[in-house]
Design a protein. Structure first.
Ligand code: B1M
Length: 210
């Protein structure tokens, strides 16, 4: 049986091959993608987070762990996709300007795609103007912004203001999320939706398009 503790330990050491092998084994055993994600991958990444904070590991270790996490999560993507489902709506998704964290964003994308939503991923370090430009170009009803730093989450307020100034605020819903973001912050900047995790983000987006 797939050993999630071993997977978590391998992820922390950045042993991508080992992580991929255990994730594949868990898939082959028919375990749910959400369980594999939470118990095999995210558990390891949260330990790395604590160690990073305590200066027990540094940026290179975190980067190789993140790479292992992304490789494991990529295997789960097909499981999250509902075969043959037509896109029920379109979302623009990016990590805000000044912020390079993309693991959470990628999970949001996978989960949303799993709900049959077409996601235009505009990457990391995305300036306000690009959210606006892409939203017009793609005629997307949902703008999703991720931020992991307390110094970059303030960009979300600029995004809301940017859409208002461009005269298209009422045409879109703005969803925000990421570790430092809260419902209170969402309310204070007049964004539309706060989601604490990728699964909730996908559920809420799906309900919105329904
Ligand atoms: Co960074 N980093 N990092 N980092 N990093 C944090 C965020 C930090 C909390 C670490 C710490 O001190 N404990 C800290 C932020 C402190 C703060 O602002 N208060 C921090 C720092 C300080 C930094 C640097 C400044 C470090 C430095 O250089 N001195 C630097 C900044 C670079 C930059 O962005 N400009 C930096 C760099 C990096 C790496 C490049 C090394 C790497 C990123 C690699 C990558 O993403 N490709 C990295 C990592 C990996 C982390 C930690 C360890 C893990 C983040 C992660 O991927 N978590 C992180 C510590 C931690 O979070 N415990 C840390 C797993 C991921 C699944 O969770 O992204 O929260 P998360 O996503 C969740 C939810 O938040 C939610 O869904 C996901 C779960 O379902 N969610 C959304 C996310 N986006 C959403 C959007 C939504 C809805 C939900 O709707 C649109």
């Amino acid at each position: 049986m797939a050993d999630f503790e071993k997977c978590s330990a391998a992820l922390q050491k950045g042993q991508a091959k080992e992580v991929v092998a255990i994730v594949q084994q868990a898939i082959d055993e028919g375990l749910e993608a959400k369980t594999i994600l939470e118990e095999g991958l995210m558990s390891g990444m949260s330990i790395i987070g604590v160690k990073f904070k305590n200066n027990e590991v540094f940026v290179p270790e975190v980067l190789i762990a993140a790479r292992a996490m992304n490789m494991g999560a990529a295997l789960l993507k097909p499981l999250l996709l509902e075969a043959g489902v037509e896109a029920k709506g379109k979302a623009i998704l990016g990590t805000v300007k000044g912020d390079l964290h993309d693991i959470g964003k990628n999970l949001v994308r996978m989960m949303m795609e799993g709900k049959g939503i077409e996601v235009i991923d505009i990457g990391v370090d995305v300036p306000v103007e690009k959210y606006i430009e892409k939203s017009k170009e793609e005629n997307a009803g949902l703008i999703c912004c991720s931020a992991l730093l307390t110094t970059t989450m303030t960009q979300m307020e600029s995004i809301v203001k940017g859409f208002t100034d461009a005269g298209i605020r009422d045409d879109v819903k703005i969803m925000i999320g990421g570790a430092p973001v809260t419902q209170n912050y969402c309310d204070s900047i007049a964004a539309d939706i706060y989601s604490a995790d990728a699964a909730t983000a996908a559920e809420v987006a799906s309900a919105l398009f329904d």
